[in-house]
Design a protein around this ligand. Sequence first.
Ligand code: ADP
Length: 437
Amino acid sequence: MGIAAAREGLLERLYWLIKLRWLAVLGAFCTVLFVNHGLKFKLPIFPLYATIALLFMGNVAFFFRLIRLKNKSALSMNRIANVQIAFDLLVLAVLIHFSGGIENPFIFYFIFHMIIASTLLSRKASFLQATLAAVFFFAMVNLEYLGILPHYCLKGFMIDCQRHNPIYLGGVSFVLVSTLYIAVYFATSIANRLKQREMALNISNEQLREKDNVKSEYVLRVSHDIKEDLAAIQGCLEPVARGITGELNPKQLDLIQRATRRTGSLLFFIKALLEITRMKLSREVKMDYFSFSETLSEAVAQIASKALDKNISLNLYLEPGINRIRGSKEYIQETLVNLLANSVKYTPRNGRIDLKGSDKGNRILIDISDNGIGIPKGELPKIFEEFYRASNAKEVERDGTGLGLSIAKRIVEIHNGKIWVDSQEGKGSVFHIELPK
Ligand code: ADP
């Protein structure tokens, strides 16, 4: 788990590096433009733009290399990070060579590369990158000093050309190179400490998950046993309540009916608890393509009689593009039934429920709105928590598990979707579900 998370982190940072490079391309282009046209320095414009173009093309290549990378092992990603940073160092050295060499104050931009290397690579690899930067820098300074490469003086910025001034060359080189190594030392120290903390956090997360699993398994076993016994009790009570075992006097009938009702709601609660616990433990669901509009209609049909009992109008609006989606039909239908049942439960007689399915390209959006009791503003954030029931709901409806919405949330999340609610107390609620097709 720790290794996988570290690999994910590295991949994320490689994408981040590519994003940074787009900014670097833009920044370099604007700087050259400004220095050349704004400050009117005479720089070799063609090689500078060509180098920036090379940086741009290199970044395109890195981007495609990364998205097509099949073997996303830490080793191959490290190699990519090393190559990219080395490439950046070379490009920076070339840009600096064409824009004043050692006189160019941008030489200190090598430090940014050292910080980036320290966050991506090991300490050893980062020091090696610092050495590579030093090699590129020394090569440039020496080749210019010896006249093998031309030196482009920054006239107007420096009073005199410094190419033949060994004290200046030596002094700046020493300061720059020592700064590079010191920067790597500090940055890797901080990065290593952070990596260690991240690893410790991953380990404790894993331990917590394991503990949670043990707890869930325990709940699963207990609730399973309770369910069996409750079902047996219900099986005994029902024939008595129906008078099959002989006539009951009114007092006996009332008590037996109450016991049957209570057993029924307890059984309902235990089944919900079992379901959410099973979901927590398995996390995987069998997915297939199915007709979403059909599923919606079936969910509406399941709830229609309850709505009719309270004279609530139930209206369905469907856009044609939401027919085929991939997921668990059973679970999605259960979620829709759950939300619709809540709307019926928390909407007074003669109310209205609208169910709308919209096509959002590769996703679908379902809105279930009612003009019921709504949810108090302060309680909205807790509504998807297990066992949570809003204060106004408890007044209206004594029976309730507080598990329906948390089950719905889990189901939606297993499908990589989102569920949220807008509500105003006393006015009504709108539950939204967004699912990928
Ligand atoms: P319950 O068994 O209490 O309905 P749920 O998990 O399904 O449990 O819902 C949690 C709480 O969310 C409910 O107790 C209620 O406070 C609130 N709620 C859910 N749906 C609605 C709705 N349509 N209108 C108002 N409140 C709602």
